[in-house]
Design a protein around this ligand. Sequence first.
Ligand code: ZN
Length: 276
Amino acid sequence: MPAWICVTCAVQQPDTGRPPEHCPICEDERQYVGWGGQRWTTRDELARDHRSELREEEPNLLGVGVQPAVAIGQRALLVRTAHGNVLWDCVPFLDDDARAEIDALGGVAAIAVSHPHFYAAVVDVADAFDARILLPEADAGWVQRPSPRIEFFADEVQPVPGLTVARIGGHFDGAAVLHWPAGSGGRGALLTGDTITVVQDRDWVSFMWSYPNLIPLDEATIGQIARRVERFRFDRVYGGWWGRVVLADGAAAVRRSADRYLARLRGERPPSSPPA
Ligand SMILES: [Zn+2]
């Protein structure tokens, strides 16, 4: 029996003989049902014309994507540490070559996911590496495919010594980030998925209730997100897609982006004429 994968969000549902009627992830106002109606695929179907893509982002940080992109098109990140490797976020499909390559790097000790849109094939990938799955209790209701590997945490957890996964909230109540102090040459990196999303102007980030439907967050929540990451020292911010990276001074980028957002919510905006 296959685990059905939603074509629009790529989140796996439980193994059943027939595909489910609904994808609760896509029927939520933060997502959308595909314009052609609810459709499903499987790992075997994806394997026919997709492959994994592994790219070094920086030393000890490996990007893990799927080519061509599936659904939301995120890439996951494998953080390598002396205490074991942690996969941040997940992909709908991992091919045998990628699995062997990751095994050669020491495998995966634990997987943590920024938010339910990126749960993808987290159970398959965890099974492949005998890994723990760490998810925030606040989003327990969004888990689509249960597994005995899933462990829930309240506000903060260390997947391996030295790395911290913290619940930040906003996009989802359990929306999380991973702090990697050794990243960016020891200046620290924050891996954010789209709990904090790196925007096209990569000196900036943003925060939304829904990205595809462009539904903003409120003032109190933006303030809370900014405050909750203040305790982390970081230079880079790795968003959820290839290239979506704030390369330097990331903590300041988060602060000024939150300030700009709050100013707009108050009705303050710069003149719309071009610079002189
Ligand atoms: Zn879906």
